[in-house]
Write a new protein. Structure first.
Length: 179
C-alpha cells in the first residue's frame, strides 16, 4: 500500500510508519494510549510490563524487522491530527492478516475511527488477496468484543498466553472473512 492511504469511508487517513523518527513517535503514542486505557483492565504493573514488551521502541522495531509488521498512524481526514495507530502482519501460512493493534487516543474513541480502521484492513486484505483478518481481544473488554462483533468478526477461539513475569493474556481470537 502507499505510504498514505485514505479509508474507504473517507473518515481517516493511514500514514505508514517507515522512518526511525516515525517509529519513535509511534512508541511514544503507544505508551500514552496504553496508560490511558489498559490499567483499568490489567492494572498498572501489567500495563507497564506490556508496554515494555510489546509497545516500546525496541519491541516495535523488532516486530518490524523480524516479523514483517506494518504500522500506520491513524489520522483524522478533516484536520490531519493523529488519533491513534494500528498495525499487524500477513500470516502467509493461513492467508490472513493479523491485526495486532488498533489503539485510539481517549478523546477520539466513539468517533467511528475504529470502523475506518476495519474498513482499511478489509481493503488491504482484498488488495493483497487475503482470505481473512483476525485479532485478539481481552476477554474482559466487553466494549471491544461488541464492537468487533458489530463489524462482522466472530469468535473462533479462546487463548491464555503466558507473557512472562507471572502475567497472562486471556483473550478471544476473533476473525472476519473477507470476500
Amino acid at each position: 500500500m502507499e505510504s498514505t492511504t485514505a479509508s474507504p469511508d473517507g473518515r481517516a487517513r493511514f500514514e505508514r510508519v517507515e522512518t526511525p523518527e516515525q517509529t519513535r513517535a509511534l512508541a511514544e503514542l503507544a505508551g500514552t494510549i496504553w496508560r490511558e486505557y489498559w490499567p483499568a483492565y490489567l492494572g498498572e504493573a501489567q500495563t507497564e510490563y506490556m508496554i515494555e514488551q510489546f509497545q516500546s521502541l525496541p519491541a516495535i522495531t523488532r516486530d518490524m524487522a523480524e516479523h514483517a509488521y506494518e504500522y500506520w498512524f491513524v489520522r483524522a481526514a478533516d484536520d490531519n491530527r493523529i488519533v491513534g495507530y494500528t498495525g499487524g502482519h500477513v500470516e502467509a501460512e493461513t492467508n490472513r492478516f493479523f491485526i495486532s493493534k488498533i489503539y485510539l487516543l481517549a478523546p477520539e474513541r466513539g468517533k467511528h475511527f475504529a470502523s475506518a480502521v476495519i474498513a482499511f484492513y478489509e481493503d488491504l486484505c482484498r488488495t493483497r488477496g487475503l482470505d481473512a483478518m483476525y485479532l485478539t481481544v481481552n476477554k474482559g473488554n466487553e466494549l471491544g468484543i461488541r464492537a468487533y462483533e458489530g463489524k462482522g468478526f466472530a469468535t473462533i477461539d479462546a487463548v491464555e498466553t503466558d507473557i512472562g513475569e507471572g502475567y497472562i493474556m486471556d483473550d478471544y481470537i476473533m476473525e472476519k472473512r473477507v470476500s
